[in-house]
Structure formats: C-alpha cells, structure tokens
Ligand binder design. Structure first.
Ligand code: IPE
Length: 259
C-alpha cells in the first residue's frame, strides 16, 4: 500500500544557478514553494546541491565513493548544504509553510538506514510539518565519507515510506526521446526499462543519476514523475492527478491511473 504523501526532490539546477557558484534561483524557489503551499497533500521535500554542495565537492574532489576526504572539504560541503537548506526553510516560513529541516546524517548510520527515523518523517507530516532533507556529505565508516545525492535519498525514502507521489523536479521538461528532437517521452512502462538504458535517450550527467534512481523506485512498483521546475503549474497538475507535460516512469506493479 502506498501512503498519502508526496515525496518531491527539488533539483539543484532548479533552485540554484548551477553555472554560477553559490547563487540561488530565488524566482524559481519562490514559484515552486508558492505552488506547494497551495496544496493540502502531506509533503516530504528533498533538495540537491546545485551551485552550493556540488561546487565545493568538485573543488575538494569528493565523490559518491566512500573514501578518505579532506576534513576541511567535509565541513565546507556540509555547511554549504545547510546554507542552501536554510534559504529554502526561510522561504517556506515566509509562505506560512511548516518546514522541519532534517540532515541525512540523522537517518543513516554508515550504510544502514534507520527505518524508525524515516517513518518518523511520515508521522510528522500528519502535524502539517514538511520535513526537508538534502543531498550531503555523510559519514560511512571510520575515516570514510561519501557524497549522498538527493536522488539517492529519494530512493531510500521511497523504499521505506512508499509515497503515493514521487516527483523529481528538474530543469528540463522530462526525459528526451532524442537530443535533437527535443521531444520528451511522456510515459515509460516498467517493462521498457532495459531499452531505457540504451542510446535512445538523452540521459547525461545529472539526469542520468536521476533516471537511475527513478528506475530503481519504479521497479518496486511506484510511479515516478520527472517534471520541469520552471513550469510549476505542471507540478501542481501532477499533484492533482491531472495530465500534463513531463515523463512518468510507471511502477512495475502499479495499478494507479496517474497521468
Ligand atoms: C548533491 O545532491 C549533494 C552534494 C553535492 C553535497 P544532488 O546530487 O541530489 O544535487 P543536484 O540536484 O544534482 O544538484
């Protein structure tokens, strides 16, 4: 059974100007949050690093592979994510939303996921609170740390909570059929996932990671949406079960009629 929760990832390339270090996209943040503040569905938010966390993780050469990294880099990446998170939290408060910031450190222990803490995120939504977490540098094992992306957090939280709506808010319309046509794939059936990793799709860089996680989630029976964050009306339509532009990867065992 899926829970009545919308799990939404705000991509770093939507909420920040990825090409300019440490700059936020206030307009995009404002428009998305305004949309989210207008809906009644319980929400859990995840956000990426964009020109904050990514900028520093590149500078300090830190990756998703657990390794010994510069302790200064660990502090700086984490601080930059707290800063970005704080900007989002303050913007939400201004809109009378009830955010509660949760660093991923608090629901992970090394490779283990602390199920109880993730379940508590769901409980909090029943008090109108919007838990908001983020990709970060996390402790893995003695002396080893790794970058845990917001996309991976989407998979972790989805597996545990099985939210009714799982949405990746990206800086593109969805998954493109081919890079030149600029036409997106509206719907991907679970079955087509093998072809999906082939050359037919323009899946590069950040999008590739997103799609890999989205596929993992869909394989456990949940639909996953990818939608353009610069067109918040589309996000609203997905939340209201209305048809809109974007890609939906259908969950393999899904029986819901989501658009
Ligand atoms: C990145 O999270 C976190 C850090 C680099 C610390 P994501 O990988 O999910 O960020 P975006 O959405 O691609 O920017």
């Amino acid at each position: 059974m899926q829970r009545d929760i919308a799990l939404i990832k705000l991509g770093g390339s939507v909420i920040t100007h990825k090409e300019n270090p440490l700059t936020i996209n206030r307009i995009a943040i404002g428009r998305i949050l305004k949309t989210l503040s207008s809906i009644k569905i319980p929400i859990i938010l995840v956000h990426g690093g964009g020109s904050f966390g990514h900028y520093w993780s590149i500078k300090y050469d830190m990756h998703s592979k657990p390794e010994r990294y510069s302790s200064e880099g660990i502090s700086v990446v984490h601080e930059s994510m707290i800063l970005l998170n704080d900007i989002l939290v303050k913007s939400m408060l201004k809109l009378k939303m009830k955010p509660y910031s949760v660093p991923p450190f608090s629901f992970l222990s090394g490779k283990k996921i602390i199920l109880k803490k993730i379940n508590e995120l769901a409980s909090m939504t029943r008090d109108e609170i919007i838990p908001i977490t983020y990709g970060d540098i996390v402790y893995r094992s003695p002396h080893k740390y790794s970058i845990l992306s917001g996309d991976e957090l989407m998979t972790i939280i989805s597996y545990v909570l099985r939210p009714r709506k799982i949405i990746f808010v990206a800086n593109v319309d969805g998954i493109y059929k081919d890079p030149n046509a600029k036409e997106i794939v509206q719907k991907i059936e679970g079955k087509s996932s093998i072809k999906f990793s082939g050359v037919n799709f323009d899946i590069t860089g950040g999008m590739k990671r997103k799609v890999r996680e989205a596929l993992k989630i869909s394989r456990s029976g949940m639909d996953v949406h990818i939608v353009n964050g610069f067109k918040p009306d589309r996000l609203l339509k997905i939340l209201e079960n209305r048809k809109t532009e974007g890609t939906v990867i259908k969950g393999k065992r899904s029986s819901t009629g989501n658009a």
